[in-house]
Design a protein around this ligand. Sequence first.
Ligand SMILES: Cc1ncc(COP(=O)(O)O)c(C=O)c1O
Length: 361
Amino acid sequence: MKAVPLSRVHLTDEVRAAAVAALNSGRYILARECSAFERELAEYVGVRHCVLVSSCTAAFLLLHHAMELGPGDEVIVPSHTAFPTVESLIHVGAKPVFVEVDDTYCIDPAAIVEAVTPRTVGIIAVHLYGQAADMDRIAAVARTRRLWVLEDCAQAIGARYDSRRVGGLADASAFSFYPSKNLTVLGDGGCIMTNDDRIAEQVRMLRDHGRRSKFTHELVGFNLRFNEIQAAIGRVMLRHLDELNAGRRRIAARYGARLSRVVATPIERPGAECVYHMYVVRTPDRDALATHLKTYGVETGIHYPVANHQQPAITARFDHAQLPRTETLVNEILSLPIYGELPLEDADYVADRVIAFFESR
Ligand SMILES: Cc1ncc(COP(=O)(O)O)c(C=O)c1O
């Protein structure tokens, strides 16, 4: 029997050598490798500024501080996302206002319109599973209501929207380099990207105790810096990102061709190019299918089984309307194995097992 993991990191001698070289350089925090990684990331995404920080969660926290978000402010977010998308809002005293997602699992622009109140200050668009949110419609709502927009790019580095890469489509964006992500530094890591000079400068100071020079603290900041070894690893990973994302798209095309008659397969937004951080199918038989796949060595996941507006940490603080579409989908979604180097024959093995499950019913 095969064992097919949900995901696997790209770990090669080139990656190991870069880590060892950084280890031997004698510089460990925010030095040459970090500056080079920031430059290369900004160029890759097509933005003016990239600031490395210790995680995507840290990126949001620093962005919220830089944007002076505080008590009384409301921010519209999709309920169907990873909890860290909303965690930092609560740390700065703001209120997440949860809304439904559309058929692509990204925030529904029509739901945003209905959720705006006089206290709304911004929107977080999550490019979930590697698919760009409907940014033109989101920008149109934001413009007429004078709201800012942040992009959560944790799952979507390299994804395109109208030929432009996500991360430079709004006021600022946050990325994650956690091990399961499309681009990883083999540990925790993240960055903010923006074309706004002021936001970039504030985040740059806030990540390092609010200073620009060693002993002058202009702001009360944090220690949410980045390190040289992981930047060196990230630089190698970035050079392979496009080929790894192309591998994910090949797997997704294969799954789509084979599975769309038995489960609901992902819908790609017209004009956008999804990088399939996750390959998520939908079926009312989700739990039985997952159990069946497990017995054949196929690892699956659920991203995410509990909607954020129903998380205990949220219900203890805020009242929220029901979100029936989200509440149904969290019981039906299943993530199948996908990563850049997943062999097509393994994808076929997974597809065979999924089809066999439905044929045996
Ligand atoms: C959509 C989304 N946003 C934010 C995060 C937080 O990323 P990090 O673990 O780097 O803080 C994640 C990671 O799971 C994520 O998937």
